[in-house]
Design a protein around this ligand. Structure first.
Ligand code: CA
Ligand code: CA
Length: 355
């Protein structure tokens, strides 16, 4: 994760994209869609749009998940799984694309955004690499994530754990170490785009499902694991009760009501929304009753990390989400992530508009 300084003035230059609408008007403007005539592209499913409650103000939710907002999204197609190594390889083979994690860091470029006189970091920190979860052998202070995240030179999508690892036999695992621009480049090549947070959350929840977990009120109903997350003592002891220590092959768990797999857990997924903790609060400004296809603010702001690079919202949690640390395996959970950040638990899936 690289931290750059950005001018504070930029932070005021955001506008929210939430076409205000009145709930009654929208009700009467609903268009009947004959879903039988819509055929989703291969590997995608049809998400029939609708109105739902976005976010959560429940006791278990983080502050930035609320307040709840009534949102309407149009119908769209969505990849039924996270983008896999095999799918990403097809893109790279055809285009020669080099991901952010594979490129050396250009000091002359980034120093322009830093305060004058900032010392040049050690050369090892400017080499290609990415962040890898590297659990300590014992319990540690959970307030210090540097205890389990390590910058590893040579870690990238083809080497998820570092230069001595590979993705042999992992064609159907989700691709990881994907920075935002990598995901965007793939989506463009595939004739698709990245989902907004609203689209992602609607698709994950399955219309207006208000349960804490998309499958119901319990995390593991009758002891059954329905997603790939972390069991045991975070971060040092992963008991893998769900069967997987790191990523699982896509479709290892039951699909949701729309036919989407691993919307919860396995790897985090990029959305196109900039991150602000108060996005939904601002959607509700000016008496807005319903937001129509909201696309988030025009720039990001993370009060916990105000001088970082701009951040987008990621959704769904990963194989590292645990009850003890970040229980982000709920569809309303959201995390701010620097757009240049590759991590071995972060991937994506795409959506496509219906023409
Ligand atoms: Ca697991
Ligand atoms: Ca996922």
């Amino acid at each position: 994760m690289k931290y750059y300084f950005i001018p504070l003035a930029l932070l005021s230059l955001f506008l929210l994209n939430c076409k205000n609408n009145n709930a009654e008007t929208v009700e009467t403007n609903e268009t009947a869609v004959n879903t039988n005539s819509i055929i989703a592209p291969k590997g995608m499913v049809y998400i029939s749009g609708g109105t739902f409650t976005m976010g959560s103000s429940e006791e278990y939710a983080e502050k930035d998940e609320g307040p709840e907002v009534l949102v309407k999204v149009d119908s769209f197609f969505m990849d039924e799984t996270e983008v896999t190594n095999a799918q990403f390889k097809a893109f790279v083979d055809e285009t020669g694309y080099i991901t952010v994690s594979e490129r050396p860091v250009d000091w002359n470029q980034i120093k322009k955004d830093l305060p004058e006189g900032t010392p040049k970091p050690h050369d090892s920190l400017l080499q290609p690499g990415s962040l890898v979860f590297s659990p300590p052998p014992h319990a540690v202070n959970l307030n210090d994530y540097s205890q389990w995240w390590l910058w590893v030179n040579g870690a990238d999508w083809k080497h998820p754990q570092g230069p001595n690892s590979n993705i042999e036999g992992k064609d159907n695992h989700p691709v990881v170490h994907i920075a935002y621009e990598d995901a965007e480049a793939y989506a463009k090549w595939a004739g698709k785009r990245l989902p907004t947070e609203a689209e992602w959350e609607f698709a994950s929840r399955g219309s207006d499902n208000r349960n804490q977990f998309v499958w119901g009120k319990e995390l593991t109903p009758q002891g059954t694991y329905l997603a790939n997350f972390f069991q045991g003592d975070f971060p040092h002891k992963n008991t893998q009760k769900d069967g997987f220590e790191t990523s699982a092959p896509v479709k290892s768990y039951t699909e949701n009501i729309f036919g989407l797999y691993d919307m919860i857990g396995n790897v985090w997924e990029w959305t196109s929304d900039w991150y602000r903790p108060d996005t939904k609060k601002m959607y509700l400004a000016n008496g807005t009753k319903l937001c129509y296809n909201p696309t988030g603010p025009e720039s990001s702001y993370d009060p916990n990390d105000p001088y970082s690079t701009q951040k987008r919202v990621i959704k769904g949690g990963s194989f590292l989400c645990s009850e003890q640390y970040c229980s982000n395996y709920r569809s309303t959970s959201r995390m701010a992530t620097s757009t240049d950040s590759g991590q071995n638990h972060l991937g994506f899936r795409c959506v496509k508009d219906i023409e």
